[in-house]
Design a protein around this ligand. Structure first.
Ligand SMILES: [Zn+2]
Ligand SMILES: [Zn+2]
Length: 140
């Protein structure tokens, strides 16, 4: 299925490595935790963690089988969106939240249990809620 942008040209392009990092962070999975999920041999851990950091470095594009493994054992990631970010022209990129890289096909859940919506400024309502809670806590 092809994901067309809902708000084309509104934001700078999201890069595949940003997408991986933002989806990992949105799932609340640290790099050491992801390494544990992907490889259960403790002696491999350091190598796996090093590779995972490379995955999130500029210019890196992951092979399909790696994405499938991440999706199965690590955290949910929309492989079709990743592919689009790698291959499609920027104005055909799907609209993703700049804060957590969610999309209308993979929305977050806001505090009241609703699906997030995408705001004009490029973030989603779940990220906005989180930012507001942070500001309130700082002010308190
Ligand atoms: Zn968001
Ligand atoms: Zn969202």
């Amino acid at each position: 299925m092809k994901h067309e942008p809902i708000l084309p040209g509104l934001k700078p392009a999201m890069m595949p490595w940003d997408f991986i990092r933002l989806r990992r962070e949105a799932a609340g999975v640290s790099i050491p935790e992801l390494a544990r999920r992907l490889d259960d041999v403790p002696e491999h851990r350091a190598d796996v963690e090093r590779n995972l950091r490379i995955w999130e470095s500029p210019g890196v594009r992951l092979k399909l089988y790696l994405l499938e493994t991440v999706n199965r054992r690590g955290f949910p990631i929309d492989i079709e969106i990743y592919r689009q970010l790698c291959e499609d022209p920027v104005d055909h990129h799907p609209t993703l939240c700049t804060g957590c890289a969610c999309s209308v096909w993979t929305p977050c859940t806001t505090r009241d249990g609703a699906e997030c919506r995408h705001e004009e400024d490029g973030t989603c309502t779940a990220c906005k809620e989180k930012a507001e809670r942070r500001t309130t806590r700082r002010a308190a």
